[in-house]
Design a protein around this ligand. Sequence first.
Ligand SMILES: [Fe+2]
Ligand SMILES: [Fe+2]
Length: 262
Amino acid sequence: MQTTIAAAIRAALLECDPHAKVMAARKVARDWRLGRLAFAFDAAMPETPGRPDAPELLPPGKMPRRKGGGERGRIALWHALAHIEFVAIDLALDMAGRFGESMGRQFVSDFLKVAADEAMHFSLIDRHLRTQGSHYGALPAHDGLWSAAHETRGDVGGRLAVVPMVLEARALDVTPAAIERVRTMGDERGARILERILDDEIAHVRFGANHFADHAERLGDEPGELWKSLVFRYFHGSVKPPFNDSARLAAGLSRDLYTALA
Ligand SMILES: [Fe+2]
Ligand SMILES: [Fe+2]
């Protein structure tokens, strides 16, 4: 019998080892693309995905402050980015596995593509950390990202509103400055990695915004109004400038929309 999409995604989510999760996420995406997985949802997504023993996960407020631009600050920056990408693999897998049945095949295709991209981002960053004598797991990491998503586990609109359209959109705003900083420190390879990630993230936000618009239309709601109400309900941070307007526009987010929230 053919493996189902839900069983394959669930298995990838439950992988604890980072390298195994990377391989599993890329394999699910590839198998789905090649028609090797049945569009069936006979397995539930786990409440919490598999996590390695390290990094230690701390509440966001308990994270040690990273100081300055020295070597330790630089490694802390890359480690934080590695963690974001690692959790992003699970967020994309969970999106496809949890909501794919109601949202359809294109939704699954899009978010498995995102999962494979995030796996690639994580690998690039972990490799870059290793060239600096560190690795993912060497420092503590904060535990806020998954919990932001977990609250929306019963509401695909809320999940799309918060994860791609707030959190990943935020990455579009802050990455250009990070690229500049990394380049100024003489780390050209690091700057290239971040440029590539920024390009991919524009596509991720666009997937989110498009599926959100479809979802709103099916509900008969105005997308902007629905987005605002879901962000108020589920997102506890603030949506604030400076915004990367050109990247946001390329991702299909209109300025009227997010400035209304700021
Ligand atoms: Fe990413
Ligand atoms: Fe992403």
